[in-house]
Design a protein around this ligand. Structure first.
Ligand code: PMP
Length: 396
């Protein structure tokens, strides 16, 4: 209806095939490894109640009123302190609170992309970032990744053949969908290449704080000598995604323009949510809470990997994440994970077929598994079913 009234943008991002596919995973009988949801039993509901009550008692009127676009200063200050510990030395003037880091992706598209501009990204990459940039009619150059993240020789080639590329979009820590992490030397190299080829970096880092094994690595922004890294992060995975709180840390000139676009989009990020989160950080120990999340995810990751070893055919390979929420699985090239998915759904188990995570290339033989959202017994049962289906496809 009224198709002639719709903007041309509606041609770039329509109803996603994958979203349709994933609807079937929502049936209660399905054991779904498809989503990317945090473990609900870890939400600090009682502590948030206390924070909420304190806010309503101490500053209820301010919490319920319109507020500034940049965000609630005590919360931005708390984020500055946390960023400093991670190796990002910044100030509140370089920070904008946003409605989840997803909004940061949309605003970044608005800020940087003209029609047909090129985004260089990991192959595969985050599905909803592809869609956020597609709204602005971006085109994508995918750079191959391995266990250490984006391949730097391939990145340099991509920069040479696409000198007009606007930015490199990267998820350096426990990437969505692969769970892989960009190595230290590649982080430094990426910044050096960005400087050399005069391209920006958009570092999307929702998972960095959820490292449960191996050595912590500084964010790419730590190595940023020319303020060309736009850093996005979020409270979604360390606190609560429902509060919709993320932030952008970037050069002040970028922040000013982001503020203008943010005003046009939604005036400001939820004041109540910002104050609740700041109060929680003041009254409780967010780091101790993150430690609890890490312990649970570490355990679930191990359960899932043990199940892969136990139930999957030996030809199947997988990533071994040291943090985050996802494992990436590669099947022999002859196997199409969409076909595997169809059979899995008949057996009430689900994952996300990998094709959707490639903006141009379509690697049909891949899929993503999530381990954060489910107790052991369900992981084991779901993986057993999935293993059976894989054996039937591989005749093993
Ligand atoms: N970036 C990446 C890589 C993600 O995986 C997600 C959420 N799954 C987001 C951004 C958006 O997160 P939020 O808007 O909840 O902060």
């Amino acid at each position: 209806m009224f198709a002639d009234k719709l903007s041309t943008r509606t041609h770039f991002v329509g109803t996603s095939e994958i979203r349709e596919v994933l609807k079937v995973t929502e049936k209660p009988e399905v054991i779904s490894f498809a989503g990317g949801l945090p473990a609900p039993e870890l939400f600090p509901v009682e502590d948030i109640k206390v924070a909420c009550d304190a806010i309503l008692t101490e500053s209820g009127v301010e919490a319920l009123q319109y507020s500034t676009t940049e965000g609630y200063t005590p919360l931005r200050q708390a984020i500055v302190t946390r960023l400093k510990k991670m190796g990002i030395d910044t100030t509140v003037d370089h920070l904008l609170m946003i409605s989840g880091s997803q909004q940061g992706l949309d605003l970044t598209g608005k800020l940087l992309l003209n029609e047909q501009d090129t985004v260089i990204c990991e192959s595969p990459t985050y599905l909803a970032a592809i869609n956020a940039f597609k709204v602005y009619n971006a085109s994508f150059v995918e750079v191959e990744t391995d266990e250490d993240g984006m391949n730097m020789e391939k990145l340099e080639k991509a920069l040479q053949t696409n000198p007009q590329a606007k930015f490199i979009y990267t998820i350096p820590d426990f990437q969505n969908p692969t769970g892989r992490t960009l190595s230290l030397s590649r982080r430094k190299k990426m910044v050096a290449l960005a400087n050399q080829y005069n391209v920006l970096i958009v570092e999307d880092n929702p998972y960095g704080a959820i490292r449960f094994a191996g050595e912590p690595l500084p964010p790419i922004k730590h190595f940023d000598t020319e303020e060309r890294v736009i850093y996005l992060s979020t409270f979604s995975k360390i606190f609560s995604p429902g509060l919709r709180l993320g932030w952008i840390c970037a050069h002040e000139d970028f922040i000013k323009q982001y503020v203008a676009f943010k005003q046009a989009a939604d005036l400001h990020t939820d004041s109540f949510a910002q104050r609740i989160t700041a109060k929680y950080i003041e009254l409780f120990d967010l780091d101790a809470h993150i430690e609890k999340i890490k312990a649970v995810y570490h355990h679930r990751r191990q359960t899932m990997i043990d199940c892969i070893d136990r139930f999957f055919p030996k030809q199947v390979t997988h990533s071994s994440p040291e943090g985050g929420l996802f494992i990436w699985v590669e099947l022999p090239e002859s196997v199409n994970s969409r076909e595997v998915f169809e059979v899995c759904i008949q057996n009430d188990v689900a994952f996300v077929p990998g094709q959707a995570f490639f903006p141009n290339l379509k690697k049909e033989n891949t899929f993503r598994l999530n381990y954060s959202n489910m107790p052991d017994r369900k992981i084991i049962e779901g993986m057993r079913r999935l293993g059976q289906v894989l054996h039937s496809f591989l005749n093993s």
